[in-house]
Ligand binder design. Structure first.
Ligand code: 13P
Ligand code: SF4
Length: 304
């Protein structure tokens, strides 16, 4: 029988070389996409990697704001997103106009935007953060008042760690709100030795039950520790592929099989090949917005 995936992979790798492209992949992507990556990581790792690559093209296997962040930091490069519908609903829960209005109501607050936001929102913000560095970024701010957008749950988590006044935008991740405290409690009873690790996009009643609250990159590093043999994983289930691949013999239990980000799953091997063949979809940001958004992202990259 013909192995279609193997044929697709062969074509992708050949074309990638000819075009001097790199394939950057988020930890939530399908296993077969993770397996063709030059780099797999969290939003912070991906943006750091994009900023330093020497390639001409980045095929971004993730969602739109991730590719857009690469377009902000790497204007010389062509950034391809293999499916134009791969967006992040949370990033679309605030517009630049809504943020401008809120800033007028809170003129003294420093605006911190989660990287899960549009370029236009980044351009209206003072500094960016990811789930890996949000506490550090907010601690670095020389102001006691913060407007945090768009994720209310990440913002709330940071507010429990840093002594500042927070104004939270009511955005949330539709995938992470499916992770329920009762599921974690049940799994803890069934697996008493397991560490509970959850993403800070989860609701506060979920983060309260966790041993560790981490970005997806933090979870990958944590799973390598010798004292971690079993992990109850509270984030999007795509991460289980990498956790198992890098840690044979260890046990990884997803809190909920419902925690699937449908946008992340839009990227397939066929679409990656098509994207490289046709050089589509090119993600672009207007220069006026790019320059302002870049200042916001660069401030973050200087801290971490
Ligand atoms: P990470 O940066 O932790 O990978 O999170 C990205 C994301 O979209 C989580 O839903
Ligand atoms: Fe956005 Fe949530 Fe999907 Fe992450 S998991 S990309 S926050 S919708």
């Amino acid at each position: 029988m013909i192995d279609t995936n193997a044929l697709l992979v062969e074509k992708i790798l050949k074309l990638k070389k000819e075009r001097n492209a790199v394939i950057l992949v988020h930890n939530y992507q399908l296993g077969e996409i993770q397996d063709i990556a030059d780099f797999v990581g969290d939003s912070l790792g991906l943006s750091q990697n994009a900023a330093k690559t020497e390639a001409d093209i980045i095929v971004f296997c993730g969602v739109h704001f991730m590719a857009e962040t690469a377009a902000i930091t790497c204007p010389r490069m062509t950034i391809l997103l293999p499916d134009r519908h791969a967006g992040c609903p949370m990033a679309n829960m605030i517009t630049a106009e809504q943020l401008r209005q809120r800033k007028k109501e809170l003129p003294n607050a420093t605006v911190v935007c989660y990287i899960n936001s549009t370029a236009a929102v980044k351009a209206e913000s003072d500094i960016c953060c990811t789930s890996a560095n949000a506490v550090k970024v907010v601690e670095s701010i020389d102001n006691d008042e913060v407007l945090f957008v768009p994720d209310q749950y990440l913002g709330h988590y940071v507010s429990t760690k840093v002594n500042k006044k927070f104004h939270l935008w009511p955005g949330y991740c539709p995938t992470h709100v499916r992770i329920q405290p009762q599921d974690i409690m049940q799994l803890k009873r069934e697996n008493p030795q397991a560490k509970v690790v959850v993403h800070p996009e989860c609701r506060p009643d979920v983060t309260a039950l966790a041993d560790e609250v981490m970005s997806t990159g933090g979870m990958i590093r944590y799973a390598h520790r010798n004292d971690v043999q079993e992990m109850i994983v509270g984030t999007e289930i795509g991460i289980i592929h990498r956790l198992k691949k890098e840690n044979p013999g260890k046990k990884f239990i997803p809190v909920s099989e419902q925690a699937v980000c449908p946008n992340m799953k839009l990227i397939t091997l066929e679409k990656v090949l098509w994207s490289l063949e046709e050089m589509r979809l090119v993600v672009k940001v207007s220069e006026a917005i790019r320059l302002k958004a870049r200042a916001t992202v660069d401030k973050m990259l200087a801290i971490v």
